[in-house]
Design a protein around this ligand. Structure first.
Ligand code: ATR
Length: 290
């Protein structure tokens, strides 16, 4: 690691808990590979200390920081400006500090779009997408896909009311897409699923080796792709079932990397070296590394 100097710039991530975060590994690898005198540090910030933390980071003159659970929404009123996509998504995962002005961005949505293009060559225009879930990650996915020109966006969620609310918020602002909400039971109907080009899982289902009850992927559109935002385990039951049906799959690591790359560019004005962040994560996952 290069020495900390009087000119070292500081970036970081605030969240609670934060010890599991992979962002320090990704960003410090990119700083090192580009020879930048920057460091990236995790900060555990309890919800009740968020206003002091933001004021403190601004006073210290950090370059910028990531924001993760549980602060992505609560941070918004504490910032000076909110970028359009963050306002649409209703959450901020990147804060940039320039000339004393704190600007909130959201790179989760564009991170997903970049990951879909890298993994599948998928671009949104004219495509039909099924989004599983209706939480913050679903909102980022739906807003990004809708903004990018998806023809149809269908949301399905364990609690249908949350999906209806999400669609009611986004549809009037992204009216180029046909929006709909379906019940989870429809996942058992191959006829229903066969209309989609892409299925995106934004829920935590799969993290514990669990799956969507009744989901039937047999008989799907050739060329369908399944993107699972879960990345641990690296192959979820949803992905396994999709693979068994000959469907292309990818896990959420590529989105994690792409949202990080976009944040890096916001802070530094530079593009991280291609593959650098992904390689840093892969090295971390190798046996022998805790
Ligand atoms: P995030 O911000 O990461 O999206 P969240 O806002 O807590 O997290 O949303 C989690 C999503 O996963 C929700 O859509 C949730 O469904 P509910 O709205 O019904 O809670 C979904 N989810 C979590 N556990 C689930 C399970 N066991 N089965 C189905 N959906 C589940």
């Amino acid at each position: 690691m290069r020495p900390i100097t009087g000119k070292t710039r500081l970036a970081g991530i605030i969240g609670s808990p934060i010890s599991h975060s992979l962002s320090p590994v990704m960003h410090n690898a990119a700083f090192a590979e580009l020879g930048l005198d920057w460091v990236f540090v995790p900060f555990a910030v309890a919800p009740e200390r968020l206003p002091q933390a933001i004021a403190g980071l601004a006073a210290l003159g950090v370059a910028g920081f990531n924001v993760t659970i549980p602060h992505k929404v609560a941070v918004m009123p504490l910032l000076d400006r909110i970028a359009a996509e963050a306002e649409l998504i209703g959450a901020v995962n990147v804060v940039d500090l320039k000339d004393g002005v704190l600007t909130g961005y959201n790179t989760d949505g564009i991170g997903l779009l970049a990951a879909l293009e890298r993994e599948f060559g998928f671009t949104a225009p004219d495509r039909s997408v099924l989004v599983l879930g209706a939480g913050g990650a679903a909102r980022a996915a739906a807003a990004a896909l809708g903004s990018a020109g998806a023809a149809a966006l269908c949301l399905t969620n364990r609690t249908p009311g949350a999906a209806h609310e999400l669609v009611a918020g986004l549809a009037p602002r992204l009216h180029g897409a046909a929006w709909s909400v379906e019940t989870l039971e429809r996942l058992a109907d191959p006829g229903f699923l066969s209309q989609f080009d892409l299925i995106v899982n934004t829920t935590s289902v799969g993290m514990k080796g669990d799956s969507f009850p009744g989901l039937t992927l047999a008989g799907l559109k050739p060329g369908l792709a399944v993107y699972d935002m879960v990345y641990a385990p690296p192959v979820t039951p949803l992905m396994k079932e999709a693979q068994a049906c000959g469907v292309r799959t990818a896990n959420g690591l590529s989105m994690l990397v792409a949202q990080g790359e976009a944040a890096f560019t916001i802070w530094t004005g530079l593009t991280p070296p291609q593959g650098c962040m992904a390689r840093a994560l892969a090295a971390l996952a190798r046996p022998g590394n805790p």
